[in-house]
Design a protein around this ligand. Sequence first.
Ligand SMILES: [Zn+2]
Ligand SMILES: [Zn+2]
Length: 349
Amino acid sequence: MATTTTTAKQNGGAKTMKSQIVTEHNGPIESREIPIPVPNANELLVKLTASSLCMSDIAAYAGHLGQRAPVCLGHEPVGVVVETGSGVVGFKVGDKVGFMPFRGMCHDCEECLSNQHRFCDKKHEGMTQLYGGFSEYALADPFSTVKIPESISDDLAAPLLCAGVTAYNAIKTVAKQQPGGTPLNIIGVGGVGHVAVAYAKAMGYRVTAFDIADDKLELAKEYGAENAINSMKLADSDIVKTQTTVVISGAAPAYALGVKATKKHGRVIAVGVPHGPLTFDMLDLILREVSIVPICQGSKEDLDACLKMAALYKIKPTISVKKIDQLEDGFKAMMKGEVTGRWVYRFDN
Ligand SMILES: [Zn+2]
Ligand SMILES: [Zn+2]
C-alpha cells in the first residue's frame, strides 16, 4: 500500500515523521517515528499544524468502535498542502486546508454521485491505521478537503472539521422543516453542542440548551442560548416542547429527554453516539408521529459552508491549545468529562 513507502521529496528530504500511536485500547499513547506517507495520483500530502480531539476518538480509544489498536487517531486536522498527486485539480502546494477522514471514494456510486462521498462503500474509514490526524503528515482526498478561510486560525478551524460540520449539518436539517425565529431545544453542550448553539443562533433560532453540567450551561449562554437548563433538576412538567430537538449527548437519558421535549409530528435530530443500543417507546413515537433523524457529519459542501459561516459570523469554538506530547492527558480528561469545548493539539510547540 502506498502509505507505507517513503519519498525524499517531502519536508526538505525528511523521510519519517512522528505519529502518536494508541498501542492498546485505554493504554499508553506512544510517539513513534514512521515513514511519511506518499500521495497517490488523486491525493494530497498535508503537513499538519493543528488537530483536535473529538468524542469519536475517545470511543475508538476505549474500544467501543471495535479492535483498532495500534492506531493513530485524530480526524479534525488542519495543515498546509506540501505535495499533490499528478491528477489533483483545485489544490496546490501551500494551500491551507482542513479535511475529513475519508479517502479512496469510487466517484461512481449513487452516494458519490450525489456528493455524499462519506457514505461510499469503497472509502477508507479514518485516515487508516497509523496515519491519523495526530501525525505530522497525513494524506487527504480532495473530495473530503476544503480550503480554510484566511480569517480563521488553524487552532480554531480544527474543531470545525468534525464538530463544526456535524453541528452545522444538524441545524441545517432543522431548517429544512422549521423556520428560524422559532424555539429549538438542544440537548448536550459539549464539543459539538456549544458549536451547534452558535450555528443555531446564527440561523436565527431561539435556543434552549440542556446539559447536566452547570459550566457547560454557562458556555451555552455565552454562545447565544436564551435558556440553559440543568436536566438533572428538571421535572417533566417543566419541559417546553419544540418542533425539533437536537440531541448531541450520546447518553440514553439525553435521548429520552429528546423525545419528551419534542412536539407531535416533530423530529429528534440524533447526533450523539450512544455506547450501545437505545430503546424507545415506539407506541409513544407512533401516537405522536415523532421521528428520529440521524445525522452523520456532513458533506464536503457542508464543511465548506460551515467554515464560511464561521468566518462570516465569527463563530469560534471554545478551545484549549495543547502540545502534542500531552495527547494522552486529553484522552483521559475527555473520558472523565473534564474537557469544556475542544482540546487542540499543535505540532510546532
Ligand atoms: Zn462511491
Ligand atoms: Zn469527530
